[in-house]
Ligand binder design. Sequence first.
Ligand SMILES: *[C@@H]1O[C@H](CO)[C@@H](O)[C@H](O)[C@H]1NC(C)=O
Ligand SMILES: *[C@@H]1O[C@H](CO)[C@@H](O)[C@H](O)[C@H]1NC(C)=O
Ligand SMILES: *[C@@H]1O[C@H](CO)[C@@H](O)[C@H](O)[C@H]1NC(C)=O
Length: 448
Amino acid sequence: MLALWAVLVAFPIVASRPQRGPYKPDWESLDKRLLPPWYDQAKFGIFVHWGVFAVPGFGSEWFWWHWQGNKDPAYVNFMKKNYPPGFSYADFAPEFKAEFFDPEEWADLFRDSGAKYVVLTTKHHEGFTNWGSPSSWNWNSVDVGPHQDLVGELGDAVRKRGMHYGVYHSLFEWFHPLYLSDKKSGFKTQDFVFSKAMPELYDLVTRYKPDVIWSDGDWEAPDSYWNSTQFLAWLYNESPVKDSVVTNDRWGAGCSCKHGGFYNCADKYSPGQLPSHKWEKCTSVDMLSWGHRRNMKLNQLLDLPSIIQDLVQTVSLGGNYLLNVGPSAEGTLAVAFEERLRGVGAWLDLNGDAIYSSQPWRVQNENVTVPIWYTFKDSNVYAIFFTWPSDNTLQLTTPKVSPSTNVTMLGNPGLLKWTPMGQTGLNVILPFPFLTSQAWTLKLQGVA
Ligand SMILES: *[C@@H]1O[C@H](CO)[C@@H](O)[C@H](O)[C@H]1NC(C)=O
Ligand SMILES: *[C@@H]1O[C@H](CO)[C@@H](O)[C@H](O)[C@H]1NC(C)=O
Ligand SMILES: *[C@@H]1O[C@H](CO)[C@@H](O)[C@H](O)[C@H]1NC(C)=O
């Protein structure tokens, strides 16, 4: 797998127009589709993990599995101590009330974070659907719990603000009887796929017209079991979103990092160098969970400087950055999450020129005195750094300067003084004192 990333190719990852179909239901054909350009331009998205798991709000969104799947003592004891005997996971659903859920407020915050797309878990591995799926009788957010179409309401609010909307969808469900019987047959039967997974995917696409299908829960069975290539051929050839939709790479065992649209590879995965295929890093503000945890501590969260560095490094390496928050069962977002999202937004307000619609440069990073990460857009090179050099002079060894080279700092008026360093490279005298930030961006015009 890793060898794939070792290929160092520096050419634009996304062409300007998606290749038109028709696509055949096989990887050779589907993998030829180019991503619609909006996705690479967007760079930054918000991931939202929300479901019944937010009610126990303990451990992680894998609560049910840890409790009754692998019977982890921490979870078994939590249930013994706090709930009556015979309490089932389904008994949590009525407590998923979302009484403070205000999609407009969430969407305002996501827009203010600088995100250009939002991806919501429409159904996680527990199988509960956050919309009124006809294939999920009495285990969906319209029949029980919130009694609301959460997928639709958030989608409307997100789109109203000019962001793209994506749906996370888990193919497998830990405890669905049909899935378990298919599994028992060695995935020779496909009863679960035909009566649950596929009908729900088609329903999501036709109802909500998502711009992203973020597939997950694929790894136990081959893509032929999931009918993934048939679904994708329909999605790309005939669906109402055939020209705008992007998907990831989780479509069956062995697909990850190899087939599909953009590559997620593993959760929180970053390649060490510029890959030849568009990728996305998904990560979570709460380092221990994607879903809500009632006992979350501040020191278990990514802090703002770490988030901004992660975003910059990801974009510099050609990736998109999908940052997750897990709302509570009441429909609130932790204020520490809000603070971080607003912090990213404030940074992007000043420095977004170096991020949105940028491309990887011929060199991604260097580190002579302090680490520097590069991006490229409209013939400008952007150099982003996280540590202020002690003598207020920043050394850049990679750019080739000319007498007409101009250097500015985003958010700071006026040209900066610089001096050439031999054949390539320059020393830039930084403006001092300059406002406190988590990262600063130099814009270099007229360098090669
Ligand atoms: C699954 O794929 C087979 C072909 O392999 C096709 O005949 C069938 O219609 C597909 N079913 C669904 C629900 O996509
Ligand atoms: C960058 O270089 C400095 C000076 O050589 C070194 O102290 C520092 O650890 C390096 N940082 C990284 C992230 O490589
Ligand atoms: C640098 O700025 C000067 C003065 O504003 C301008 O004439 C020149 O074209 C700029 N150089 C580049 C490479 O943009």
